[in-house]
Design a protein around this ligand. Structure first.
Ligand SMILES: [Zn+2]
Ligand SMILES: [Zn+2]
Length: 424
């Protein structure tokens, strides 16, 4: 699996811009529902071919929450007594390089890691430059140590240098949220750039990343954000000028497909689903059981119950129902891992494609950084404002700051994401 990182004691640094301390601050997890803030974690040694990044900004998303909760344990593959440092979306300063890496290439630079990286140069995906799909790709912060720490050692070829004029505040989210979002959009742009585009889960970190990227090249009146948090939707409507739909109606979850059709007059060509809920079989069984117990098990009640269970709660199915014939649904989030239901007639019978991006390629990340360099995300543009919303809540990287950020994210108190400013 991938590259072996952190070969302790094998390679000495060939250049270091500062005295890298032996101990650093880091968050450690085992996938047992707990996290441990360690103020005295050993700093990783920089090995051959590696760059040591002094982390300056490090974003948190629901993947981190899932990793802490144990949902990623099979992927983490930790043995008894081992722990991992999570964090897969970070940027910082290059402060040391290992053997085989030219210090002149790295002195005075800032870099970021892509959440997913692999570069075997041997598999068929690498042959097509789809390094995010490389057979040896690793997930930073899950399979190898990540950025909830002061330092991370990474293979130099996997560190993307950030243009000098792009701030770390803008760049850090490129490694995951902005890259995944842009890659998802590229997949469906290949299909069409006409009509409306809707974003399920629009006020979350990934949803905001999709919207920020969309605003760099699509009119705001063509964008529809769908979510359940009314106050955040209103902020998006007022500041970004996009359409918003609250999928939590007065009587609970509901289908927004009908409202989308009304709003877009059948012009909805693409949906990016950042929630990825397929409607759960167990929810349907529960609903049927209730109807039987109540003695109401007739066709009409059954259909109404199924609509509530699947159309209201299953964003994938709602999205498929909402797009035009031949439309494109890109499922970026994945809420329900089991018992996903797809309405095959709606999906296959109308040639609606369903695509799930898994990170994105380097050239896409580079193009986002270039857009930043061209001021397309400048603070006074809509894209820049959306990027600021995506960035979300700033926290100091302390035990209290981490607790605060974790609570804000897990309780849905923040728009976009939470990030740690190591300079505070
Ligand atoms: Zn993430
Ligand atoms: Zn490969």
């Amino acid at each position: 699996m991938g590259n072996i990182l952190y070969k302790e004691g094998v390679n000495e640094e060939v250049w270091a811009s500062e005295d890298v301390p032996a101990k650093m601050r880091a968050v450690k997890i085992k996938g047992d529902g707990e996290y441990h803030f360690d103020p005295e974690c050993p700093t990783p040694r920089v090995g051959a071919g590696e760059v040591l990044i002094k982390v300056k900004r490090s974003g948190m998303c629901h993947t981190d929450v899932g990793a802490i909760a144990g949902h990623m344990n099979p992927m983490m593959g930790l043995k008894e007594g081992e722990y991992r440092r999570p964090g897969h979306e970070f940027a910082g300063e290059a402060v040391a390089v290992g053997e085989g890496v030219d210090p002149e290439d790295w002195k005075g630079t800032n870099g970021l890691a892509l959440a997913l990286y692999g570069y075997c140069d041997d598999c068929f995906n690498c042959a097509e430059d789809k390094y995010n799909l490389c057979r040896s790709a690793v997930f930073t912060g899950i399979q190898v140590d990540g950025g909830f720490a002061d330092y991370v050692a990474l293979p130099a070829k996997h560190v993307l240098q950030i243009p000098g004029d792009v701030s770390l505040d803008d760049a850090f989210a490129v490694g995951d949220a902005l890259l995944t979002a842009q890659h998802a959009l590229n997949l469906i742009y290949a299909y069409s750039t006409e009509g409306f585009i809707a974003v399920y889960g629009g006020v979350g970190g990934l949803g905001m990343a999709v919207i920020a990227n969309l605003l760099t090249d699509i009119d705001e009146e063509k964008i529809i954000s769908i979510d359940t948090r009314e106050e955040f939707l209103q902020v998006q409507r007022e500041i970004l000028g996009i359409h918003v739909i609250n999928s939590m109606g007065e009587h609970g979850p509901r289908s927004v497909a009908k409202e989308l059709k009304k709003l877009t007059k059948y012009g909805l060509t693409r949906v990016v689903d950042c929630v990825g809920s397929g409607g759960r079989m167990d929810g349907a069984f529960g609903a049927v059981e209730k109807l039987v117990q109540e003695g109401n098990f007739d066709k009409a009640s059954f259909e109404a119950a199924m609509l509530t269970e699947f159309a209201g709660k299953g964003t994938v199915m709602d999205a498929i129902a909402a797009v035009n014939k031949g439309g494109q649904v890109c499922v970026v989030g994945s809420r329900d891992k089991e018992h996903m239901l797809f309405p095959v007639g709606n999906w296959m019978g109308r040639e609606v494609g369903v695509i799930g991006p898994w990170g994105g390629p380097y050239e896409t990340a580079e193009s986002i950084l270039n857009s930043m360099d061209q001021e397309e995300y400048a603070p006074d543009t809509e894209a820049g404002k959306a990027l600021a919303m995506l960035r979300g809540k700033e926290c100091p990287f302390t035990k209290e700051g981490f607790d605060d950020g974790y609570e804000a994210l897990t309780k849905g108190k923040v728009m976009g994401r939470v990030y740690f400013n190591m300079d505070l």
